[in-house]
Design a protein around this ligand. Structure first.
Ligand code: SAM
Length: 245
């Protein structure tokens, strides 16, 4: 019976792949990938000979329909992205939705994702987190996003491109105030670096205009002040003081 597999692939170190992922990539009829040059490196490393087809943000809709037809004919298709988990700031979601509509079986082959890796290594609270992906470059939309994040008590996870990291850090400071953050750079690769400290220190640290590599920014959630707590509980300062005095 045909089916679709969402296969997680390494975010840097090629060893970070599961036995099951390797078996599935060997067995499927088609490996749908973002950039064939990238996926070929992984497949060659494990001596996997697979038929590759491109599957990226510009052809995701059309290709998803096409793949669903193939799966209905009994084919098995694996979806991979350039790194990490497909569907997380990467193509994949449309395919899953179309599979559901078409009553096609979808299986996930779990593995690394930069967001979760950065969160756990950040040292910040992992019990409640919010993944915001890449912030919009549209000024108005970006402002709205920051407004949504401002009083969020969850730890926030952001993806960012290297040439935008400095600007984004400046924006975080301006919109969210001084906070503790962690910046996970080049995780699992030779130049892995985890910065932990205040936003101001991070701005100093990444002074270089074009810091190289890949980055995830993890930001401490908002800590409610006493007056916010009271407002939240709908208690006036007088009532609060009367209780404690
Ligand atoms: N689907 C991927 C996942 O599950 O992590 C994310 C794809 S998204 C297009 C790429 C972004 O992920 C990068 O811009 C960076 O923010 C983050 N990223 C990917 N690999 C990374 C790594 N090794 N170290 C730090 N960040 C990484």
């Amino acid at each position: 019976q045909g089916r679709c597999y969402l296969v997680a692939t390494p975010i840097g170190n090629l060893e970070d792949i599961t036995y099951r992922a390797i078996r599935i990539l060997q067995e499927v009829d088609i490996v749908a990938c973002e950039d064939t040059r990238n996926t070929v490196k992984l497949l060659n490393h494990y001596d996997i000979k697979a038929k590759l087809m491109s599957f990226h943000q510009h052809n995701e809709q059309m290709r998803s329909d096409y793949f669903c037809e193939l799966i209905k004919e009994g084919k098995k298709i694996a979806i991979v992205s350039d790194a990490g988990m497909p569907g997380i700031s990467d193509p994949g979601t449309t395919m899953v939705q179309k599979c559901i509509q078409n009553e096609i079986i979808v299986e996930v082959i779990p593995g690394p994702s930069a967001a979760i890796s950065a969160l756990v290594i950040s040292g910040l609270d992992t019990s409640d987190f919010y993944f915001a992906g890449f912030l919009s470059m549209n000024k108005k939309r970006r402002k709205e996003q920051f407004e949504g994040l401002r009083f969020l008590e969850s730890t926030i996870i952001l993806y960012e491109a290297p040439h935008k990291i400095r600007n984004t850090l400046l924006d975080i400071k301006e919109n969210l105030g001084e906070k503790n953050i962690a910046i996970a750079r080049e995780m699992t690769k030779i130049h892995e670096e985890i910065f932990r400290g205040s936003i101001s220190r991070a701005i100093d640290h990444f002074q270089q205009k074009n810091p190289r590599g890949e980055f995830v920014i993890v930001i401490e959630g908002h800590k409610k002040t006493i007056s916010e707590e009271l407002e939240w509980e709908n208690i006036s300062i007088e009532e609060h003081l009367a209780y404690y005095l």
